[in-house]
Design a protein around this ligand. Sequence first.
Ligand code: ATP
Ligand code: MG
Length: 379
Amino acid sequence: MNSQILPGATLGMLGGGQLGRMFTVAAQTMGYKVLVLDPDPGSPAGIIADKHLCAAYDDEQALAEMAEICAAVTTEFENIPAQTLAFLEDKTTVRPSSKALAQTQNRNVEKNFIASLGIATAPYVPIQRREDIAEVEKTIQFPAILKVATFGYDGKGQVPCDNLDDVYKAFESLGEKECVLEQKIQLEREISVVLARSETGSMTNFPVAENAHVNGILHSTTVPANVSAEQSQAAIQMADDIARGLGYIGTMAVEFFVSTDGDIIANEIAPRPHNSGHYTLDACHTSQFEQQVRMLCGLPAGDCDLVSPVVMINTLGDVWGNSEPKWDQLLAEPNVKLHLYGKKEARVGRKMGHFNVLAANTDDAMAQASRLFDAIHGE
Ligand code: ATP
Ligand code: MG
């Protein structure tokens, strides 16, 4: 077993977005220093890090400097080139590994991997070229969704399709890049599991979260999720199997669909903390970001227990309208916790922050969260 990395050491973060920022806060709180690599000079994590290397993810000079300074390196973003992690792996501790990350960067590779574990996915067909489309009805039924295989997030690069003709048009509109065509599942709800796996293979998971999306972007997370104990156990077991199959070390998440038949179907893997785990910042003994620090440093996992029912609401750039949201409305409530990411420009669909509402039960938390979401609109 590797020796533990203790406070005082510098930890490296590939990517400077909000996930990197919340990792940085957690690490600094525990007494670590953080170096962030991100090409954006105003990146949310870069602006609060002890050191910000403002360089491209394939800049070998910057990566060599990072490896020199950092006792260990992790990531907040699955699209960091796997070669970047491989380059760093020769020089320092990197968690998760380049191999684990590579399995999650392409939707076809990821689905093949999940299916190889005997875990259900939505029926899917890889579409590499136009000719692949003619055969899809052998495997899937319409309606379906055509998704680009790489670099999609927050519902970007996805086109709903009702027939073959739609798929041809959608494939063209997506630039004939590698895609996956997925059968549309009749959803009862969506859930996710955030877990942490240590270098010795022990696993801890946060309570199952229930997620509601608007326009393909996460809007709210409710915990505890409204699912049976059996469904919850099944999702946790699948997430564990996926983490073990990847040989994963660190914090990761698996998104699931719950079909109207009650089946649990894996949607996708996030090799990092996840938006649906932001509730842990205020509602669990340990946050998903502290857990990421602990796994990176070879420390034992923190306690994942839920302290209070909670609803998390994302605040997208949409909320800004023509003026700053009315934060006073939100901050007036003593059971509500606001998290803003320090992004300068509020664009429609851009994740700017979130807030957690802690209450005696999830119905009360959701009622208050919905009221506040309306109250803060800047117009
Ligand atoms: P994110 O980054 O927010 O996870 P993403 O771009 O990776 O999003 P997906 O998770 O594949 O995209 O899809 C976003 C949402 O679209 C899902 O959470 C779900 O609400 C809906 N969706 C995607 N695929 C399907 C499907 N096969 N059946 C039903 N709904 C789907
Ligand atoms: Mg998703």
